[in-house]
Design a protein. Structure first.
Length: 192
């Protein structure tokens, strides 16, 4: 009986350990971060229109108290960034995301952050420090990330998804977002 209990505990701990290894990701393998997490490669993936899966939906209350519902954004592209405040690559890409928001929000592109770790205080301090102009939703229990599982889901922190006008995932950057790559992804979705 005790042996089965220990085995079950070990099996439950395995996914948590694997998730912590996904940790912060970075495209710059020459720069090391003191976060204790494995660095990713910043791989980008795009899905052609004919191969995209079904539209996604999720809803959550942002740190500022407003409700964000993905399905209400149909008809416009959405850029979703998965982050948390102490993630060094998240801090590194924040200024680029702010600039991209400034370029694409006037063109009708929505931006939303999904914070996977922080309470309101650290998250809002990060948003203030980097002048993040778009809202973020706390997702400490992983419910939103779970809703985004499928063909091309966020698989590292940071991860950035680009949804097309129908709410389908068109592209993903797994790791630190290169602004020129992300910009090209958004441009392609805008002209579809």
């Amino acid at each position: 009986m005790k042996r089965a209990h220990l085995t079950r505990r070990a099996v439950l701990a395995l996914p948590l350990g694997a998730l912590s290894l996904a940790g912060c990701a970075s495209t710059d393998t020459s720069e090391r971060y003191d976060t204790g997490y494995v660095e990713g490669s910043g791989v980008s993936t795009e899905v052609s229109i004919d191969k995209r899966g079904d539209a996604y939906d999720f809803q959550g209350e942002t740190f500022d108290g407003t409700t964000f519902t993905l399905s209400e954004k149909r008809g416009t592209p959405v850029v979703l960034n998965v982050w948390y405040a102490s993630c060094a690559p998240c801090r590194k890409e924040a200024p680029d995301l702010v600039k991209l928001h400034g370029t694409y929000a006037p063109k009708g592109v929505e931006f939303i952050g999904i914070n996977v770790r922080d309470e309101a205080g650290p998250a809002q301090a990060f948003e203030k420090k980097f002048s993040i102009p778009y809202p973020s939703i706390p997702d400490r229990d992983g419910a939103i990330l779970y809703a985004l599982r499928g063909q091309i889901s966020p698989n590292a922190v940071p991860s950035t998804l680009v949804f097309d006008k129908q709410g389908r995932v068109a592209a993903r950057i797994s790791g630190l977002a290169d602004p020129s790559i992300l910009s090209a992804m958004i441009d392609r979705v805008l002209v579809e």
